[in-house]
Each structure stands twice: as structure tokens, then as C-alpha cells.
Design a protein around this ligand. Sequence first.
Ligand SMILES: Cc1cc2nc3c(=O)[nH]c(=O)nc-3n(C[C@H](O)[C@H](O)[C@H](O)COP(=O)(O)O)c2cc1C
Length: 169
Amino acid sequence: MRPLTIPDLFARRSIRRYTQEPVTEEQVTTLLQAAMAAPSANNRQPWAFIVVTDQAKREALAEGHPYAKMLPTVPVCIVPCGVPTGNDTFWVEDLSAATENILLAATALGLGSVWCGVYPNMARVAEARQILGIPEGAVPFCYIAIGHGDEPKESRTQYDVARVHRNAW
Ligand SMILES: Cc1cc2nc3c(=O)[nH]c(=O)nc-3n(C[C@H](O)[C@H](O)[C@H](O)COP(=O)(O)O)c2cc1C
């Protein structure tokens, strides 16, 4: 496994076209290890992850989401779910950190990926709950499509000095 590098941060792009090449179980495990290495408030780790390889389920997820039409074409979709406890006000930030770790790890593995937003769109949350049998205490956060990319995208930063303030706004 090669280390994650600063150039990987710039190479991570949303990929929406994929080849048929499979993703290995070892790669999926690496992506999940990366997810669970993310920081979380009070280290609560308020998350669970559904690995969706089933074709019919990926088709159903795509059906209910207007911007996730790539899902039937990828070998794997990971669905990070929030599992917040009583006063857990930071679970969305925690899930965002875990999601970004998956995207960056995919880039380092030479895989393409895209984050498709689910929460807080409650219609999409309800759809995902029904298709994946997610219980009330858990909240589907997003769909991450993962596969071998079939569209070239340039590395880039969107660095904009006008958005940077020093010491005060
Ligand atoms: C919260 C969130 C929700 C997103 N939802 C979708 C989506 O539903 N479908 C999609 O194709 N891309 C989605 N994206 C990807 C963005 O469109 C993409 O990150 C943005 O256009 C910048 O492009 P880049 O990822 O290549 O840098 C989402 C990104 C975020 C952070």
C-alpha cells in the first residue's frame, strides 16, 4: 500500500464514469480502515458503513436519487451511516470526515469515487432506509460510488487567496 500524499489531495475528483473492472475485497477493507481512522468529536465514532455490491440494490438507490445515476455502473457503493447518541451534536461533521477519508484513500489506491449527498434530504434518507433496511437509530449519510474511473480529470487546487483572512476577517 503506498502512502497518501499531498498530490493525492489535488488528484481527488468526483468521477462519474467507470470501467467494468472490479474492486477487490482488500481494497474495500482499506477504504473502511481509512474511514474509521477519521477524527470524531470526543472520539465517539458515531458511524456504521454499509457496503453495497448487490446490483439490484445499487439500481434501486440510483432510482431514488436524481444525482446518483452512476451507482448501477460501479462495483461498490459504500453508505456511511450516522449512529448518533443522545447529545451527539457533531455526528454530521464526524461522518463528513469519514467520507472524505474514503475518497482520499480511493484516490491513493488508484480508484475513482464520488460523494452523493443523502442526509439532510429526508426523502433520500427514507428511500435509503427502505432499500437497505436501516433501523431508526441510524441515518444514511451519503452514497459513495467507487470503481475504476473512465474519465480523465485533472488534479487541481481551487486555492483562492481572496478567501483567506489573517488574524481577523
Ligand atoms: C455534500 C456533497 C454532496 C454531493 N452530492 C453529489 C451528488 O449527489 N451527485 C454527484 O454527482 N456529486 C455530488 N457531489 C460532488 C460535487 O458535485 C463535487 O465535489 C464538486 O462539483 C467539486 O468537484 P470535485 O469533487 O471533482 O472536486 C457532492 C459533494 C458533496 C460535498
